[in-house]
Design a protein around this ligand. Structure first.
Ligand SMILES: [Zn+2]
Length: 210
C-alpha cells in the first residue's frame, strides 16, 4: 500500500473517544488491513501448495520466528501485518516453486528483521504522546517522508534476506529476477521502490559472496 494512503488511513482513525497513542492507531490500521482480505479455502490445492512452500522456507531459516500464515485471495499478493502474520495469496500457486519461495521468504524477511517494530518507532518518535489532529497535522509531511524512506529500505532488506534464504534452501536465488518479470513492472510508490530499483538492489545482493 502507498505510504501516503497508509498515513492518511492511519490518521483518519484518529479521534476516537478515548486517548490512544500512535502505536494503538497503527495496530488498529493493521487489523483493518488484515480483516479486509478474504481468506482462501484452506483445503484447496493452491492454498496447500502455498502452505507447503512456506513451511519449506521456514525450515531453512536459522531460527524459527514467531509467525502465522494466512492464505488469502483477492488483489493483495503478499503482505505482513502486525509484524508476524504473513498473508499470502493463493495465486502464488501459479508461480514456480522457486519464485513462490522467494516471495514468501521476502515476507519472512520483514518478520525476521522486525520491520514493523522499526516503523512503529518512527511513528512514535514523531508523535510521542496522545494522538489527535493537533499532534499529527504539523508532522504529517515529515513523518510521511521518513516512513516512506524506511519502507523502501525495508523492501530492499527483505529482498536481500530472501536471497540468503534461497541459498540456504539450495535454490537458485536468481529465480527472484524471474519473479519480478512475472509480476510485472511497477513504478515507485511511497511504500515500495519500483521494479527497476528492486532489480538493481537484487542484482547487488546476488553478487555478494554467499
Ligand atoms: Zn515487502
Amino acid at each position: 500500500m502507498r505510504a501516503w494512503r497508509f498515513l492518511l488511513l492511519v490518521l483518519s482513525l484518529v479521534g476516537s473517544a478515548h486517548a490512544e497513542d500512535i502505536v494503538d492507531v497503527l495496530r488498529r490500521s493493521q487489523q483493518q488491513r488484515f480483516e479486509a482480505q478474504p481468506g482462501a479455502d484452506p483445503d484447496s490445492a493452491p492454498a496447500q501448495l502455498v502452505r507447503h512452500s512456506f513451511a519449506a522456507v521456514l525450515a531453512g531459516l536459522p531460527e524459527l520466528p514467531p509467525v502465522d500464515l494466512r492464505v488469502i485471495r483477492g488483489p493483495v499478493l503478499a503482505e505482513t501485518v502486525h509484524g508476524h502474520i504473513v498473508m499470502a495469496n493463493e495465486s502464488l500457486a501459479d508461480l514456480s516453486e522457486g519464485e513462490r519461495c522467494f516471495v514468501l521468504a521476502h515476507e519472512l524477511g520483514h518478520v525476521m528483521q522486525r520491520h514493523w517494530l522499526q516503523m512503529a518507532l518512527v511513528y512514535q518518535r514523531w508523535i510521542p504522546g496522545e494522538v489527535h489532529p493537533g499532534t499529527t497535522d504539523p508532522v504529517a509531511g515529515a513523518l510521511g517522508r521518513e516512513a516512506s524512506r524506511l519502507a523502501h529500505r525495508q523492501e530492499f532488506e527483505a529482498d536481500a534476506f530472501a536471497v540468503r534464504a534461497m541459498r540456504r534452501m539450495g535454490q537458485d536465488p536468481a529465480i527472484a529476477l524471474m519473479a519480478f518479470m512475472h509480476l510485472g513492472m511497477t513504478q515507485d510508490t511511497a511504500t515500495h521502490p519500483g521494479t527497476r530499483k528492486r532489480v538493481a538492489s537484487l542484482r547487488a545482493a546476488l553478487a555478494e559472496t554467499p
